[in-house]
Structure formats: C-alpha cells, structure tokens
Write a protein that binds this ligand. Sequence first.
Ligand code: NCD
Ligand code: ZN
Length: 353
Amino acid sequence: MASPSGNQITIRRPDDWHVHFRDHAMLDVVVPFTARQFARAIVMPNLTPPVTTIENAIAYKARIMAAVPSGIPFEPLMTCYLTDTASADEISSGYRGGVFAAVKMYPANATTNSAAGVTDIANVRGVLERMQEDGMPLLIHGESTDPAIDIFDREACFIERTMTPLIKDFPELKIVFEHVTTEDAVQFVEARQSQAPGYMAATITAHHLMINRTDLFRGGMRPHLYCLPVAKREKHRLALRRAAISGPGPFFLGTDTAPHARTAKESACGCAGVFSAPVAMEAYTQVFDEEGALDHLEAFASTNGPAFYGMDVNETTLTLEKSPGADVGSVFSSNGEEVVPFLSDEGTTWRCV
Ligand code: NCD
Ligand code: ZN
C-alpha cells in the first residue's frame, strides 16, 4: 500500500509498540499526540504503583480512552508489569480474556519506575512457562543492572548474561527486545530470526535512529536527550538504521515516548526519557527519507508489528509530506507542568497531513 512520491508518502496507519502515557494530568495531555497518528499503542505499565492486575489494567485503559479526542479511533493495548511475585493465573487469564496484550519485564532498578521489577529470572519461571504455552509476548527492557557494568555496555551484557540463557530455557517464548540501541542487539535479533523465525522481534525508537552518545554533550549537557538505554556510539546508530529500513522482518516501531516535566529533566539528577510523541512519525519518516528507504517505512511502522503480535494490519492510512522547518513547541499539562518534546530545537522536516 505504501505510495512514496517524492514529497509525500501514504502508508497503512502505523502502530506504536512502546509508549509511556503516565497518568492523570500528564496522561490527558500526552495521549492525543499518539492517537493523532497511531491506530494502536502498547502501553507501558510503569506507573506508581505499577499495573500488575487485570483490574488495574481495565481501569487504566478507561482513563486513557477518556483522554482520546472524540472521533479519533485509537486502541490502547495494555501490558502487565512483571514482578517477582506475579501470578501466572492472573497474567494468563488477562491475556486470554483480551485485557493484556503482553507482559513487560524490567530488571529491578534498570530504569524509571522499575524498582518493583524482576530481581532474578528464577523468580518468574512459572509465569514465563505459562506465557510460552499461551503464546503471550514478553517485552524486555534489555539492560544489565550490575552496577559494575559500564552504562554503555549494559545492553550487550544483558544479551550475554540474561537473554541468551532465557531463549535456551524458553525456546518458544515470544520476546520483544525493547528499544535496541546496539549493533550487538541487532545482530542477536537477526540471528534469532534466522534460527527460529517469529520468536523474537525488536522495537527501535526514533531518537536512537537520530542521535548518538556524542549528541548528549553537543555544546553542553542535553538532558532532554537522556534516556535509557542511553544512546550509543555512531556505529550503533548506523546499525539501528540498517535494521529499521530492512523491510519485512523482526524490527518495528516503538517510540518509547516517555514524558517527564521539564523541571525533572533539567535537574541535578535528571530523569531518563525522551518525549517523542509530538514528532514521532515525522522523525521516523525523516530517517527513512535520509536513507532513501521510504518504500520500507510501511513494513517498519505498520505491518511488521501486527505480524509479530498476530494482529490484523490497520485498514486506514496516514499521509506525511515533506515540509521543512515545521516548529515543535513545548507541551503543558493541565496542572501547568511543561514537557519539552524531542526535536523542539531543530524542528521537523516532515509533517502529518
Ligand atoms: C522510561 C520512562 O521514563 O518511563 N524512560 C526511558 O528513558 N526510556 C522507562 C524506560 O522505558 O526505560
Ligand atoms: Zn519505555
């Protein structure tokens, strides 16, 4: 269906397979940015307290739906936050009942609101066995939490110490390696795809396709570009670009849009997260355009994800056009907190029609 024609492209409506909507005043202001361009979104459960039950997920979904502008068709796909004490029965019945689309695993203390995460895979074996039986996807924040490991090596370390044993022990568990940031992860996912197609996929953020670790310090510290996993060297960014534009396969779109108040980002201990929802498809399209790969944007944004999750593709479309210099302004929540979006310095070169 993709029809790139120079300065315009129309694709099947995309989905965002990794978003943070937060809650309350922040949720109300950020949801419309995602709903305006994506048909569905996998919603991260790292609220305080986290979403760990069917009941919590149903209530959270209702709050999200209340924030969707009227007349816009949008479906939040809910996830369950995995803890050491999670119940396999609760997770399985949430999946079979259509409440949970997936389970999210944060290694304890790997990132924002992950303190209740998994301290040892051994503690969740029963849950993983049931998920494997049910065909329920496990979404993994793939970073080692060993404080001795250099922050730029945490993803590669996770592959060696956790992901490799995990796929040996659960060879038919469907896994999404979330927001990959390294060439190591790209190669790992490619190898897995060639050995056991359909069991592992990976999401890639727009910001990791656009920035490398040097950009975090360009002209001074850039707290709004700080996220986890942190951006890596240029060779890794280029590997992510090659994966994203590779067409039908295991790589698909997940923005990891993660809004935080400006005051929480611009602080002595600024928190991790890039708020990219206001520029998401614009940024991805710019990357594919730069790569001369607009004909593969639809696979990455609109069809690879549904294929992995076993869902239908969207029948509606989204059109973007080249429009140099579109400004990106700050966003304000209803309680007055300012959130600074990705690309608010430089603007976007594409816009949604
Ligand atoms: C996310 C957040 O703020 O919730 N932050 C981030 O840097 N990506 C958590 C996460 O996905 O790691
Ligand atoms: Zn995230």
